[in-house]
Design a protein around this ligand. Structure first.
Ligand code: FES
Length: 318
């Protein structure tokens, strides 16, 4: 978090857990790591080619509080963070991480919990499934992946919870039966989804159409900041003008300039980085899932962790 203590860690182990997915074990360089609740994530800071990139990753460690585990999918068309983690981070590499934050907690008042994972979206559900089992709460985990070789943790989860984990694979023609799962659930059931944007949107739309209360449908989505043409940002309160590079988010440029800005998810979901727009000479490209359509249209606010400007200069109340 921007206003929390950052923690220095060392990578103590790296394991390939599926095609293009590696698990990194992070040990504190001194002291103990804070405890975290199921569904939490941390933000990992890396320096890649003179740029600082901060990416959120769900914590997947179960049962050993001496370190944190994260799992990283290598994404070729990303800004370089996941490629850096896969190709340049080795055992012994030191990294800086944030304190854990939980934006995807289990609603423990629920009578039953249905977890829907797509691809790397399985990561928050690993701790959630273990917590639900330890609390003796009824749950099912439905996990879809493109193929067996891409289904990280599928076998270990199935082994741990054979009657509660259901696996689906695109290349075998099996898919999560969202509509069927939305039908005939007991009152008080909560549903949680994490995965590709299309899957999350389809699930939320189907849930609402089937009459589910919004409060019972939970989604976690972290959008990576998109790249685009460079532009300038005038920080009106700080009296600074900074440049946002092609592969940088406004938030990263602001932080590099030494100006503090709040954030939690860095993925367009939590609302923490909402910033007032003072003026702008182009079109704001909104990439978040937080602002209302009316606010977007007005051009008065921007989520600086993921959105950017298609223009030359943006003035912000920072
Ligand atoms: S930090 Fe969460 S929306 Fe920007």
């Amino acid at each position: 978090m921007s206003d929390g203590r950052e923690i220095s860690v060392r990578v103590s182990d790296i394991t390939v857990v599926a095609k293009d997915i590696k698990r990194f074990r992070l040990q504190p360089i001194s002291g103990a790591l804070p405890l975290f609740s199921a569904g939490s994530h941390i933000v990992v800071s890396i320096f890649a080619d003179d740029r600082r990139i901060r990416n959120p990753y769900s914590l997947t460690s179960v049962g050993d509080p001496s370190g944190y585990d994260i799992s990283v999918l290598k994404t070729a068309n990303s800004r370089g963070g996941s490629v850096f983690m896969h190709e340049r981070v080795t055992k012994g590499t030191e990294l800086v991480i944030s304190q854990p934050v939980n934006l995807f907690p289990i609603n423990l008042s629920g009578r039953k919990h249905i977890l829907l994972a797509g691809g790397i979206g399985i990561t928050p559900f690993i701790t959630m499934a273990h917590q639900l089992a330890s609390l003796n709460q009824p749950f099912q985990l439905h996990y879809g992946s493109r193929s067996k070789e891409r289904g990280a943790y599928a076998e270990s989860l199935k082994e741990a919870f054979p009657d509660r984990v259901f696996l689906y694979r695109d290349d075998e023609g099996t898919f999560i039966p969202i509509d069927a799962l939305l039908r005939n659930q007991p009152l008080g059931t909560h549903l949680y989804v994490c995965g590709p944007e299309g899957m999350i949107n389809a699930f939320l739309k189907a849930g609402l159409a089937a009459g589910w209360p919004k409060e019972s449908l939970h989604a976690e989505r972290f959008i990576a900041p998109s790249s685009g043409k460079p532009f300038s940002v005038k920080l009106v309160r700080s009296g600074r003008t900074i440049k946002v590079d092609e592969h940088q988010s406004i938030l990263e440029a602001v932080e590099d300039a030494g100006v503090k800005a709040p954030y939690l998810c860095r993925g367009g979901a939590c609302g923490q980085c909402e910033t007032d727009v003072v003026s702008c000479d182009g079109e704001i490209v909104h990439s978040d899932n937080y602002l209302d359509p009316d606010v977007r249209k007005s051009g008065s606010k921007i989520m600086i962790c993921v959105s950017r400007l298609n223009g030359f200069e943006l003035a912000l109340n920072l």
